[in-house]
Design a protein around this ligand. Structure first.
Ligand SMILES: NC(=O)C1=CN([C@@H]2O[C@H](COP(=O)(O)OP(=O)(O)OC[C@H]3O[C@@H](n4cnc5c(N)ncnc54)[C@H](OP(=O)(O)O)[C@@H]3O)[C@@H](O)[C@H]2O)[C@@H](O)CC1
Ligand SMILES: Nc1ncnc2c1ncn2[C@@H]1O[C@H](COP(=O)(O)OP(=O)(O)O)[C@@H](O)[C@H]1O
Length: 272
């Protein structure tokens, strides 16, 4: 039986800063995304994470991606340091021959903090012992588990559940319906996204949204890693709500989706 994750459920997972908070206590997200071939994915993930709300972003990537990230978001810190969560892999794939990538991901591999794996980050699952969320689309999930895209699409819910069990991680299987499954068989479904969301870069933004939610709930995750599936479903709901606001019933761009995140979040918080 699927549990639909509704906006009212998502509202519970927005961390509103308190008077005593500072940029560190809110949560710092380390982002290792983008490549010389796909620098745009880094820009979109950083943009979406900042618009979702996080104390600080430490972005670590190749020169071309770093320059574009800073051009768009000078708020990003491009020096290494302590973080409360990691986001790795958007815009990185097997063609990525960046010799410094291993150095950039080394702190994340050794770290106990929760990690979001997207795109080229999936292969790192076996090297990470911290709580992890993977965000594949159907084709990526098929490659991950040695199946076919058609098999995943025939029963996406079951594919997400089986992958979450097999990988001992939360799996957020993206599509028109997005399934958040945990290793114990719990499944939440998000269906807030308009079909106009099917456009390049939408997944990079979703990964940024989830990274920010995870960084701002690091203490809750440390106390109970089971909340990761709620955060994953919340990211998908927020992404869909922002997409609907950006779309107005028509085509949307991903920077417009990101620009709608603060308003979508404020509307959710107002319902609590
Ligand atoms: N702004 C950025 O920086 C962005 C960067 N991005 C980065 O791009 C990379 C690839 O991402 P992805 O999701 O497409 O990867 P993947 O699952 O390997 O799919 C490949 C499959 O697609 C198919 N295919 C290709 N063209 C097709 C066509 N015209 N019509 C029909 N099918 C077509 C192709 O089929 P084939 O041509 O082999 O038959 C193959 O099966 C990845 O590193 C991601 O991070 C994206 O996030 C976007 C924004
Ligand atoms: N038909 C659809 N209706 C609603 N949302 C969709 C649809 N198709 C894809 N999406 C959403 O768009 C995003 C696409 O992500 P992804 O496939 O990783 O693209 P990219 O790698 O180009 O960023 C996901 O969040 C997915 O849920």
């Amino acid at each position: 039986m699927d549990v639909l994750h509704q906006p009212a459920d998502a509202a519970r997972w927005i961390a509103v800063p308190g008077a005593a908070d500072d940029k560190y206590s809110r949560g710092v997200l380390g982002i290792v995304t983008g490549s010389t071939r796909y620098p745009g994915a880094a820009v979109l993930g950083v943009e979406a994470a900042m618009r979702t709300g996080v104390g600080m972003i430490r972005y670590l990537g190749p020169g071309r991606a770093t320059r574009l990230v800073l051009q768009r978001r000078p708020e990003a810190v491009t020096a290494p340091g302590r973080v409360q969560a990691w986001l790795i892999g958007s815009g990185q794939d097997a063609s990525d021959v960046d010799p410094q990538r291993e150095d950039r991901i080394a702190p994340a591999l050794a770290s106990p903090v929760p990690t979001v794996l997207d795109g080229g980050g999936f292969e790192l699952r076996s090297r990470i012992s911290a709580p992890a969320v993977l965000t594949p689309h159907a084709g990526e999930l098929a490659r991950l588990v040695g199946s076919t895209r058609a098999e995943v699409e025939a029963d996406p819910r079951e594919a997400a559940v089986a992958a979450a069990r097999g990988l001992n991680a939360v799996v957020l299987l993206k599509g028109h319906s997005t399934y958040a499954a945990d290793p114990h068989g719990r499944v939440l479904v998000a269906r807030s996204a308009p079909t106009w969301t099917a456009t390049a870069g939408a997944g990079d933004a979703l990964a940024g949204i989830l990274g920010a939610l995870v960084a701002t709930h690091a203490d809750e995750i440390a106390a109970d890693p089971g909340v990761l599936v709620d955060l994953a479903a919340t990211a998908a709901v927020l992404h869909g709500l922002a997409a609907a606001r950006a779309s107005h019933g028509g085509p949307l761009t991903i920077l417009d989706l990101a620009a709608e995140l603060p308003g979508a979040i404020a509307a959710l918080v107002a319902t609590r």
